[in-house]
Structure formats: C-alpha cells, structure tokens
Design a protein around this ligand. Structure first.
Ligand code: SAM
Length: 171
C-alpha cells in the first residue's frame, strides 16, 4: 500500500514547528510524501535536507486541496476526532492500494468531510495531527521498525546509551 499525506492549512509562524513534525512523522512512518496547501520555503528546505542526509524518496510539495481531493485515485481518509473510530474501518482501509490521509491545522472546511471517503478518529478526544498521523500510519502500514532509507549519508547504530552515528562510506 502507498500512503500520501495532505496537510490542510498551515499558518506561517504559528504552525511551522508542528507542520515540520507532521512531515517528518509522515516520512519516518512510511508515507511516500506530503502535500501542503501553502508553500513555506524554510520548512520545505528543512524537510528536504532531512531526506538528503537521512535518505529515502520522500517528497514535499504544494497542491490545491480541492483539486487533489477530487482527482486522487485512491481512498481518501480524513483524520478527525468526530469521525468513525479507526478499528471499525480498518478492513476497508487495508483493501486500498493507495491512501491519501488528510490532517488539519486550523478549522477544517465542511467540504473536506464530504470530499473524503472516510472520516476517521484516533480516539474521540482532541489531541494533535502528529499523534493522529503516527497512530494511523503505524496501525495501517506498521513499518516504522522495518523501514530502510536508501542513499542515506548518515545512519544511526542503535545503542543502549549515548549516540552512535555512521557516516556512510566510512567504516
Ligand atoms: N480545531 C480544528 C478543527 O476544529 O477542525 C482541529 C485542530 S487539531 C489540533 C488538528 C488536527 O489534528 C485535526 O484537523 C485532525 O486531523 C487531527 N486530530 C486531532 N485529534 C484527533 C483525533 N482524536 N482523531 C483524529 N484526528 C485528530
């Protein structure tokens, strides 16, 4: 299955840090790429820098959300605390080849609830787009502990204490 993320809304200044975390979470948990509805040069550069150093094929780009939601040729899943609990729709989601998962920032327009195939909750309490996305990706893809990122310049060697980082090419 291929999963793409749509970050709906991004307030320059206010959302920079959390939007960066949404993008890095998408990448680290196995999504193919992320669409933003607004460009942010610094944020895009910092995410692309992570990809350059830590590897993988992850993309970050801007889109017009209505056009993407109308043209996406897979299952469109909007994460919202008002939706149907994920376990109830897991079977349907797992059948999809391609999924676009939508997470909000500010108030999400009503139209999004209609344009998406499923409105899904990760618990029925308010929390965060980062946690909602991480739980969704891990429940649906379940690859966070198995992913390998090609062409990385740096690789972490897991260790019990301290930090071990290998420069690829060095031994
Ligand atoms: N205030 C906004 C609204 O009313 O639409 C939502 C703000 S919330 C911090 C940002 C995003 O986190 C939401 O758009 C949703 O994608 C995600 N989110 C927060 N809690 C969630 C939950 N329990 N289940 C699924 N997604 C959730």
């Amino acid at each position: 299955m291929e999963i793409y993320v749509l970050r709906l809304g991004h307030r320059i200044g206010r959302d920079q840090r959390i939007s960066t975390h949404v993008a890095l979470t998408a990448r680290a948990f196995g999504a193919k790429g992320i669409y933003f509805t607004r460009s942010d040069k610094n944020l895009f550069e910092s995410v692309r820098k992570v990809v350059e150093i830590w590897g993988g094929e992850f993309f970050i780009e801007t889109t017009e959300w209505r056009r993407l939601l109308r043209s996406f040729d897979g299952l469109k899943v909007h994460l919202t605390m008002y939706g149907i609990p994920l376990p109830e729709k897991m079977e349907e989601i797992k059948k999809a080849q391609k999924v676009l998962v939508v997470v909000g920032a500010e108030k999400v327009p009503k139209e999004v609830y209609e344009l998406c195939d499923l409105n899904i909750s990760i618990g029925t309490q308010p929390h965060s787009e980062v946690s909602a996305l991480a739980v969704f990706l891990e429940k649906v893809l379940g690859v966070v502990f198995n992913l390998s990122f090609e062409n990385a310049k740096l690789k972490i060697i897991p260790c019990a204490r301290g930090k071990k980082v290998l420069k690829v090419g060095d031994q």
